[in-house]
Each structure stands twice: as structure tokens, then as C-alpha cells.
Write a protein that binds this ligand. Structure first.
Ligand SMILES: C[S@@+](CC[C@H](N)C(=O)[O-])C[C@H]1O[C@@H](n2cnc3c(N)ncnc32)[C@H](O)[C@@H]1O
Length: 349
């Protein structure tokens, strides 16, 4: 007969209370059988394996209902869904806490420095500006529905869809970002590709031996397509505004055709975020839809149809002059290279 364990033995072996075991049973996570004669619960070896998994997943703070779904449907796709969800929740909390910590640091510095001159005002300002950044980070939404575009994206690029023909020089944009990014960059550099999409830019790095590259994207479906095309590419779910990595870890950050999904306010938070995860002497290279300045935008609009203008206005093309100023706040220089009427590559260090 297979070995059976009483609840007290299980509780002792796993160092958990009997109440907790009953709670998992009540929630349907684990279903010990009952002895025919004395009606005592008994746990099989299989139950113990399940219990070990439950306790480990609890260490990751995964909610009970999600754990139930993971153990009842443990195919890798379903597991990835749950772990991704938890990854995002943890990352959100880290970002919230990071903002609170920064604000408290500023407040403490103000208290040390100010000799009580307008102290309340300084404290309130610090908290207000933290609140504003938090609001911006929390409110970004994918209103273009990239998940639904993932499977046909490469084909759209090939067909150069859209009235403004933004993909006409797609290959050239990717090539320039790769070339500028890898100039004086060692082969073992740590690289982040934000808005990796189906992985076409990352591919260039991988093909040339830059294997230490991670693709980040807010769309699960884009990541799925990228993974199926490039099984060796490391991928993570996440956003420009809440980059899920520690401070100062990347030598190079690259991005193509993604930055224009952020409005001006969001762009400044994203810049702050990119510089946070970038090493002190690291480099950022972005290939995207941009205007040199407001004047050139007006000139271009003058020759464009209504359809073309509304296509542009559905997104947030960068203004290079403003980007330059934003990076200058962090003592970073921006150099721009014009690829096409609406497409630029910018390099920041
Ligand atoms: C037009 S595709 C470009 C994909 C790829 N970089 C390329 O050049 O082909 C834009 C990608 O950026 C991602 N994206 C848009 N906004 C983002 C954000 N705020 N954070 C992370 N990814 C974002 C989308 O999910 C999508 O995969």
C-alpha cells in the first residue's frame, strides 16, 4: 500500500500549521482523502508534492486562486501567464516603493538643509511631484492593441502599410541603430531592446554575437512571436515607464518604432527610467518617428493629406528639440541622424 500521512505529520514535515492545511483544502488546492474507518484525513505522496509546490508559490506571493489554476493546469503557457502577471505586480510595487523612497530622501535632505525655511512647502512639493510621476506611470494604456497585431506585424512592415509609409526604410533604421549601438561596445555588453516587438532589431545583435541582449515589451503576444522566431532571445514583459530592472545595469539601450507610443509627459518619465537602468557611461540609441522641431512639422503637414496627418496625430512623434532639452537635464547629449522625412535615429550619451 502507498504511504499515507496524517495531517499532524504533514504539518510537522512542512513546518506549517494544521489550520493552513485545512485552509488550502477549503480553497480546493489540495484534496486529502478520508480514512474509511476513522474518517481522518490522509495525504498521499502526490498530495505532498502538490503541497510543496503550493508553499513555494506562496513564497512568490502568488494569490491562492492563481496557484490553484497553476497546479490544475500546469502547461507552460498557463504557467507563464500567471508568473508574468505576478512579475508585473511585483514590479509595480517596486516602482511605487522606489518613488516613495526617493520622495522621503528629498524630504529628509530638505529638513537637513533648510533651517526650517519654507519647509512645509518643500515637503509638499516633493510629495506632489512624486504623485504626478506615479500617476503618469500608472495611466499608460496600450490603446493600439499590439497583442492583436503581433502575428501580422512582420507582414505589415514588409507591405509598408499606412499612408505615411513609415516602414519604407525599416531595414536602414534597424541597421543604423545596430551600427551606432555597437560602435565601441564590447561583445559582452548588457543590452536592452525596449518595445522589442517581433525581435527584428534584437536579431541583428544576436547574429553578430551580442548575446547579452534582453527584449522588453508590454505585449505578451509580441513576445510570443519574438520567442518563436528567436528561441535564444531573452524576453521580459514590461513597459518603458516601469522598466523592470535594477539601477545602472545596461551598457546600451536600443529601441525602434516604439517610443512614439508615449506622449510628452510619458516620454520624460521614460527618459528618467532609461537613464536609471543605464550604466553611468552607457548609451541609448532610438530609431523612431520624429520631427526635428515644430517648424519642420508644420512644413511637412503643409504637403500632407488629411489622412496622413490624422495617422501621425494618432501617435506621439517626438520633437527632437524637446528630446534634446529633456536629456540635457541629465547632462546627456543627443545627436540625431535623419533617415527619412519622418524617421530619425538619435544617439544619446
Ligand atoms: C511598432 S512595434 C515595433 C517593434 C520593433 N521594435 C520593430 O522595430 O519592429 C512597437 C512595439 O512597442 C511596444 N510598445 C509600445 N509602447 C510600449 C511601452 N510603453 N512599453 C513597452 N513596449 C511598448 C509594442 O507592444 C510593440 O511591440
Amino acid at each position: 500500500m502507498n504511504k499515507r500521512y496524517l495531517i499532524s505529520e504533514v504539518a510537522k514535515q512542512f513546518n506549517v500549521s494544521k489550520n493552513k492545511l485545512r485552509f488550502y483544502e477549503k480553497k480546493g488546492l489540495i484534496k486529502p482523502k478520508r480514512d474509511d474507518e476513522n474518517n481522518y484525513r490522509y495525504y498521499t505522496e502526490g498530495d505532498l508534492i502538490k503541497l510543496q509546490a503550493i508553499l513555494l508559490y506562496r513564497l512568490l506571493n502568488i494569490p491562492i486562486n492563481d496557484i490553484k489554476d497553476i497546479i490544475n493546469n500546469n502547461c507552460s503557457h498557463n504557467m507563464l501567464e500567471h508568473f508574468n502577471k505576478q512579475w508585473l505586480a511585483v514590479n509595480d510595487e517596486i516602482h511605487r516603493m522606489g518613488l516613495i523612497r526617493n520622495s522621503l530622501e528629498n524630504i529628509m535632505d530638505s529638513i537637513y538643509d533648510s533651517n526650517n525655511v519654507r519647509l512645509q512647502e518643500k515637503i509638499h512639493n516633493s510629495i506632489e511631484s512624486m504623485g504626478k510621476i506615479y500617476e503618469i506611470k500608472e495611466s499608460w494604456k496600450d490603446r493600439w492593441n499590439f497583442d492583436s497585431w503581433a502575428n501580422t506585424y512582420d507582414n505589415s512592415v514588409k507591405r509598408n502599410i499606412g499612408s505615411t509609409k513609415i516602414y519604407k526604410k525599416y531595414e536602414e533604421v534597424l541597421e543604423n541603430v545596430y551600427r551606432l549601438g555597437t560602435k565601441n561596445t564590447p561583445i559582452n555588453a548588457k543590452i536592452l531592446d525596449i518595445g522589442v516587438g517581433t525581435g527584428n532589431l534584437s536579431k541583428k545583435f544576436l547574429e553578430n554575437g551580442y548575446n547579452n541582449i534582453i527584449g522588453l515589451d508590454q505585449s505578451r503576444e509580441m513576445l510570443n512571436v519574438a520567442k518563436s522566431k528567436f528561441p535564444n532571445l531573452k524576453l521580459r514583459l514590461g513597459e518603458f515607464l516601469k522598466i523592470p530592472f535594477e539601477n545602472n545595469v545596461f551598457d546600451l539601450i536600443v529601441s525602434t518604432y516604439a517610443f512614439h507610443h508615449l506622449n510628452e509627459e510619458e516620454k520624460s518619465v521614460a527618459i528618467r527610467e532609461m537613464l536609471r537602468v543605464l550604466k553611468e557611461n552607457g548609451k541609448i540609441v532610438i530609431g523612431d518617428l520624429m520631427f526635428r522641431n515644430e517648424m519642420t512639422k508644420k512644413e511637412i503637414y503643409r504637403n500632407f493629406s488629411k489622412e496622413q496627418i490624422s495617422e501621425i496625430e494618432d501617435e506621439y512623434y517626438s520633437n527632437i528639440e524637446l528630446l534634446k532639452k529633456e536629456f540635457a537635464k541629465y547632462n546627456k547629449e543627443l545627436y540625431s541622424y535623419n533617415i527619412d522625412k519622418l524617421v530619425f535615429v538619435v544617439e544619446i550619451h
